[in-house]
Design a protein around this ligand. Sequence first.
Ligand SMILES: Cc1cc2nc3c(=O)[nH]c(=O)nc-3n(C[C@H](O)[C@H](O)[C@H](O)COP(=O)(O)O)c2cc1C
Length: 177
Amino acid sequence: MASIGIFFGTDTGRTRLVAKQIAKKLGEAAAPPVNIGRTTVEQFLAHDALIVGSPTLGDGELPGESTGLTQPSWEEFLPQLAGADLRGKTIAIFGLGDQKKYENEFVDAIGILHDAFVAGGARVIGRWPTAGYDFAASAAVDGDDFLGLAIDQHHQPLLTEQRLDTWLEQIKPELLP
Ligand SMILES: Cc1cc2nc3c(=O)[nH]c(=O)nc-3n(C[C@H](O)[C@H](O)[C@H](O)COP(=O)(O)O)c2cc1C
């Protein structure tokens, strides 16, 4: 499918709102955002270019039933993707977290998703500098970068819009053929 697929997980709705912001900014290039708990592997794999988002919940975990969600989410979807051939897919990841309260597992979900997609053969794009954040540790960091866009709506909500604009300009040429 030519359009960019946007898939998100969420508990309290913040990641869904950011996914909608992204879709609005991309206009016709993107399909409407879809909750990952309400889709199928087939629908996910219908896109060659994807933007995926997730909060980190629990203790540095993906959202899902073990973090208290009553609906399935990334925790339930990722095992279904195991073994799928993701070669030819280009995927950018964004993650929501709280860098003060969870300073030792800030946006860990970005790292978990990154590793799963890379294991399937996908090309993951959209690294983002860790400069400008204040946290101690994260499974989403490689060198001086996050493996996707880190968003903190609790402590840096006013930076989100600019971060999204800059990140989208960076990844758009790689997502759009
Ligand atoms: C129980 C709980 C655990 C959390 N654990 C983490 C965490 O380990 N790392 C992190 O960066 N943020 C953590 N957070 C913060 C959420 O990721 C943050 O509130 C996010 O904006 C929620 O997005 P949502 O509204 O899409 O669910 C946690 C929040 C809750 C309520």
